[in-house]
Design a protein around this ligand. Structure first.
Ligand code: C2O
Ligand code: CU
Ligand code: CU
Length: 456
């Protein structure tokens, strides 16, 4: 008997027993009894702020979760066990995967109930720095710690002397380590609620030893809900890749803006003289240290920066591209009380429509329906007085132009739109399914700046 993937997985959720999982697996003949990864979501008391305890929500007891490392073009299976007190799903941010593994409740899967399990199976066609996070009750689940890095190693290994990944996340903490409010209507209607306790890999301070003369691949990932980092360094560095995608030519790092959800891979050519250097966040004329790099003497001779192979993003057919305008606006008002007697706060719209994270189960019409194989240009217009890191699931888009910046076309999954910015980005609609399109300031997504496109 042939059972569909969907039925099989739903069976797993309902029973949440490994017995059923393996019998289900043997019938399908694909899943074994082992998983490339197992992620257990649960509440774990963690010491973030010294001498205090925070009731974090964790992957395998950690926040951020473990760095998952997979290989380009090699299938991966990840078993998720939900030991949280509420339902969840996991999304693999930036991966061009099959729609069924995209982790969006109501759109690509049923929520994983408390006590339930789910198996995600996908293959990563692109190498680079990606991440994972829940896509349910996102303000709460991400703020409480459920974020983690997913690194896809190049099929043909590229040799750096050291590979360092830094997950940046600010926490909302009271003095005693308990959680401070994650959101307010006032902040959600503006730039969002900044955290007050910045961490790198879960630590308030980080010093990384690096060998003199070596070339370090430094992956910086903004896993915060809200904050924009302006990444700089006090030693020479090159930008190798943005949002996982290598640039056609590496560029010297000046200041690189990193909105919520965005990543940058740097190549650091470590000086041969001992000393301590800094990776910083620039705010106006101020610099805040993100992490220190301590140069350790070594016998290494300086070498050149290895080249990253480009990811296999399909070629655009711009001459025949169709255009889709997408306008982001500020609604600036509270909606009336809903039928549960709660206020659904809606502050943002895409093409005059809003869809909030609370209503994942009430599916609106797609923002656009795309024909498989065709090229589309999205005309993005940020008609709001705030910036928005705009993200599309399941695709890597090419940024073509902006009315505010000189653009050398590049590939990304998220574009940080400044206020009043108009930009054009393009995709080949080669991946069928329903794909989320939203702002990655989680409070914005939660209050209207969210929709989806359908590729048929
Ligand atoms: Cu990190 Cu819907 O995305
Ligand atoms: Cu995503
Ligand atoms: Cu936004």
């Amino acid at each position: 008997m042939k059972i569909s993937r969907r039925r099989c997985l739903q069976g797993v959720i309902a029973a949440s027993s490994s017995m059923l999982l393996s019998s289900c697996a043997s019938r399908r003949g694909i899943l074994g009894d082992t998983y490339d990864y197992e992620l257990v979501l649960a509440e774990t008391p963690l010491t973030l702020k010294p001498r205090t305890v925070t009731p974090a929500w964790t992957f395998n007891g950690q926040a951020p979760g473990p760095v998952l490392r997979v290989k380009q073009n090699q299938p991966v299976r990840i078993l998720v066990r939900n030991h949280l007190p509420e339902a969840t799903t996991i999304h693999w941010h930036g991966i061009r995967l099959n729609n069924a593994a995209d982790g969006v409740p109501g759109l690509t899967q049923e929520p994983i109930p408390s006590g339930g399990t789910f198996v995600y199976e996908f293959t990563c066609p692109d190498a680079g720095t990606f991440w994972y996070h829940p896509h349910m009750n996102s303000v709460v689940q991400l703020s409480r710690g459920l974020v983690g890095l997913l690194i896809v190693d190049e099929e043909e290994p590229v040799h750096f002397d050291q590979d360092v990944a830094l997950a940046l996340k600010d926490w909302h903490l009271h003095e005693d380590g308990s959680f401070a409010p994650f959101t307010s209507h006032r902040a959600a209607a503006r730039t969002g609620t900044l955290g007050n306790f910045p961490t790198v890999n879960g630590k308030p301070e980080l010093r990384v030893p690096v060998l003199a003369g070596s070339v370090v691949r430094l992956r910086l990932a903004n896993l915060d809900n809200t904050r924009v980092f302006n990444i700089g360094a006090d030693l020479p560095a090159q930008v190798l890749a943005v949002e996982g995608n290598p640039l056609a030519e590496p560029e010297p790092l000046t200041t690189h803006p990193l909105g919520a959800g965005m990543r940058v891979d740097l190549a650091i050519q470590v000086p041969t003289t001992p000393g301590v250097h800094h990776i910083v966040d620039r705010k106006g004329s101020f610099e805040f240290t993100i992490c220190e790099l301590e140069v350790i003497p070594s016998g290494l001779l300086p070498r050149s920066v290895p080249k990253l192979p480009l990811n296999p993003i399909p070629a655009l057919d711009l001459a025949n591209a169709k255009r889709i305008p997408l306008v982001f606006e500020w609604a600036g008002a509270l909606s009336p009380v809903n039928h549960h007697g709660e206020v659904d706060a809606i502050f943002w719209t895409i093409n005059k429509r809003a869809w909030s994270d609370h209503s994942h189960m009430h599916l609106p019409e797609p923002l656009a329906v795309l024909k498989r194989g065709e090229t589309y240009i999205f005309e993005l217009h940020n008609a709001t007085p705030h910036h928005h890191p705009i993200h599309l699931h399941g695709f890597t888009f090419t940024v073509l132009k902006s009315n505010q910046r000189e653009i050398k076309p590049y590939h990304t999954d998220t574009i940080l739109l400044e206020k009043n910015e108009r930009a054009e980005v393009a995709i080949v609609a080669d991946n069928p399914g329903d794909w989320m399109f939203h702002c990655h300031v989680i409070e914005h997504m939660d209050t209207g700046l969210m929709g989806y496109i359908r590729v048929t």
